[in-house]
Design a protein around this ligand. Structure first.
Ligand SMILES: [Zn+2]
Ligand SMILES: [Zn+2]
Length: 403
């Protein structure tokens, strides 16, 4: 019983740790105990270990592990991808080698259907380069999305690629390219996820979760005879639970590493791809990329601090025209309009909706000087349009169409 308890505690602790590390920094959890725990684990604990290391070894271990971490997570390399494929293939091979002859044909037939897709979608995610912005496709990428004058302003130039950054793009220093509709760089597939391969990534998460659940079910199916005995069936639940615990330990012993170990691993880690899949479903519903959630979170903080103001394109432009009635401050307005990239002619794009909003943050909490009548202070993110949100269903269709 003690053995089973230790396994259960280890699995729970590992799941909680992974959940906190992966999701604790999300804007929605930032100010909750999970966010505090994430900062303690990912910020304060490493800082504490660094200071101990600097006293004991003069920072030797820190600099070596930083170089390794830099290579693993901040340089394009296939180490994590190879590790992922090794773990997936190793577990599946170990399991099938010992399980196939114990399974009925009806459970063997679906195996290729659940086993092949994770490999296929990993391959597609890793090799797709359609989302890289190049001089050849740059003009096309500029016409994908309008600048919303909140998260993305026109005129920003990528110093590495020397190209004007299209709306929703981001330069990835690992991939060495600006990435169209950049979501995030994923070390598991050693590539950025963006316009073109994001839908493959969603399919990878879903099919990987299904494979893990199916593997866990097969393991349960093989070990089922050891789990329920005549003795346990007739007992009241208070006595039944310890009996069941003993039966599970027996089942784990009978199944060994290849059946029980792989089954437990699959069951306990299935929540990771499926949880991440659920999170990306939420992002699609909300019309955001992972990259944009960070930008929205920054705006939410700035709005709470009381330094964010809103006006319309037309109001700003008419204020800055030399002969307009309010033209006394025209020069200042023109300067600000140019600075914000607001021009008379907006670039033509294929996106079906547009917005007239212009949002600005100021350092002193006051509206831009000389334009006090033009700008209205905003106190909630709900006052800002998300131009990239077409509605949940249309957002999903965009993603499924590879856009
Ligand atoms: Zn770039
Ligand atoms: Zn990248």
């Amino acid at each position: 019983m003690g053995y089973l308890k230790n396994i259960a505690i280890a699995v729970l602790a590992l799941s909680l740790f992974t959940f906190v590390v992966l999701f604790g920094q999300l804007p929605a959890l930032r100010k909750t105990p999970l966010g505090t725990l994430q900062r303690a684990l990912c910020l304060h604990l490493p800082n504490g270990l660094r200071s101990v290391d600097s006293r004991v070894t003069g920072g030797n271990i820190t600099s070596k592990s930083r170089r390794l971490g830099q290579y693993l997570f901040y340089e394009q390399n296939p180490v994590v991808l190879i590790l992922f494929l090794f773990l997936l293939t190793g577990s599946a091979a170990l399991f099938l080698w010992n399980a196939l002859h114990r399974l009925p044909m009806s459970l063997i037939v679906p195996l290729p259907i659940v086993l092949i897709p994770p490999y296929w979608f990993t391959y597609l995610c890793a090799t797709d380069t359609d989302h890289y912005i190049t001089p050849a496709n740059h003009q096309d990428r500029l016409r994908d999305y309008p600048y919303d004058h909140v998260l993305f302003r026109p005129g920003a130039i990528c110093k590495t690629c020397n190209l004007v950054k299209p709306a929703r793009s981001k330069h990835c220093s690992l991939c060495g390219h600006c990435v169209a509709k950049c979501d995030h760089h994923c070390p598991w597939v050693n590539n950025c996820l963006g316009r073109g391969n994001y839908s493959f990534f969603l399919a990878l998460l879903l099919t990987l979760g299904v494979l893990q659940l199916y593997g866990a079910y097969l393991s349960y199916w093989i070990l089922k005879p050891y789990l329920v005995t005549d003795a346990t069936r007739s007992l009241p639940w208070r006595e039944y639970l310890p009996e069941l615990g003993d039966a599970m330990v027996e089942a784990v012993n009978m199944g060994g590493l290849s059946i029980a170990g792989v089954g437990l691993l699959a069951a306990s880690t299935a929540a990771l791809p499926l949880g991440l899949f659920a999170y990306h479903c939420y992002l699609i519903w909300a019309g955001m990329t992972t990259n944009e959630t960070q930008k929205w979170a920054d705006w939410r903080d700035d709005i709470a601090d009381g330094g964010v103001f809103k006006t319309s394109r037309e109001a700003l432009l008419s204020h800055s025209r030399p002969r307009s009635p309010e033209g006394a401050n025209g020069a200042a307005s023109t300067g600000l309009a140019v600075h914000l990239g607001v021009t008379e002619e907006e670039p033509q794009v294929r996106w079906p909706i547009s917005s007239a909003q212009v949002i600005v943050r100021t350092n002193d909490g006051r509206p831009p000087r000389g334009q006090e009548t033009l700008w209205t202070q905003i106190w909630s993110l709900s006052d800002v349009d998300n131009l990239y949100d077409l509605g949940g269903w249309d957002n999903l269709m965009e993603v499924l169409n590879g856009r």
